[in-house]
Design a binder for this molecule. Structure first.
Ligand code: GTP
Ligand code: MG
Length: 205
């Protein structure tokens, strides 16, 4: 799938403010700094569509982007950053969880995980919560370009998988990506396209 048009629609502080759910929606989530905004820019081939920063917690609202006048791509605030008050943390959690549970046109969630690190408790717990709530999700490994030695990406992936399969029977759909060298991005877009197609077929009748 080619991205011909990518338009920022709006930032919303809660699920009620989100744009009318007229399109199928795909949302990126994950720890702060994992590369959600970078991935959105790389997928859409727009350098400044989503705001990127070295400071964790840059994205604090639900950001909707409209792609090809056909589907929504959503940048969610990152979870799990250290330098934040308990009150703020609780508010972000509420925002994220209510969006996930209430947004009817949300077709799939993409949990971004830094390929360099071993499976983090906060990510595993979050995915556990998704499972308990029957929310379909994929895992998107980010920053693969940072692992330069031969076999390093595979090794890191296997280490994650081993940990993940302690709780789950199978791996979900997953993608190994880099926003820098664009690895895995075609596959991710293809998958989104496939899910959208099914959605449109089922909603035409
Ligand atoms: P929050 O909005 O704070 O939740 O962060 P985010 O998940 O949106 O991360 P963001 O895209 O802002 O990226 C964080 C940092 O990681 C930036 O310095 C990016 O340049 C860097 N980064 C993101 N993706 C990649 C990647 O694929 N490869 C490399 N090498 N760096 C990346
Ligand atoms: Mg961001």
């Amino acid at each position: 799938m080619e991205v011909n048009e990518a338009v920022f629609v709006k930032s919303s502080a809660n699920v009620k403010e989100c744009p009318d759910g007229v399109f199928p929606e795909h949302a990126f989530i994950g720890r702060s700094n994992v590369g959600k905004s970078s991935l959105i820019n790389a997928l859409t081939d727009r350098k400044k569509l989503a705001k990127i920063s070295g400071t964790p917690g840059k994205t604090k609202l639900i950001n909707h982007f409209r792609i090809n006048n056909n589907w929504f791509l959503v940048d969610l605030p990152g979870y799990g950053w250290a330098k934040v008050s308990k009150k703020d943390k609780a508010e972000f959690e509420k925002l994220i969880r209510s969006y996930i549970l209430q947004r009817e046109n949300l077709l799939s969630l993409y949990v971004l995980v830094d390929i360099r690190h071993k499976a983090q408790q906060i990510d595993l717990e979050f995915m556990q919560w998704l499972g308990e709530n029957n929310i379909p999700f994929c895992i998107v490994f980010t920053k693969a370009d940072k692992l330069k030695r031969i076999g390093e990406v595979e090794k890191s992936f296997e280490r994650f998988k081993e940990e993940f399969l302690k709780e789950w029977e199978d791996m979900p759909e997953y993608f190994i990506t880099s926003s820098v060298n664009k690895a895995g991005l075609d596959e991710l877009l293809l998958y989104i396209n496939k899910v959208n197609k099914l959605y449109f077929e089922n909603n035409q009748r």
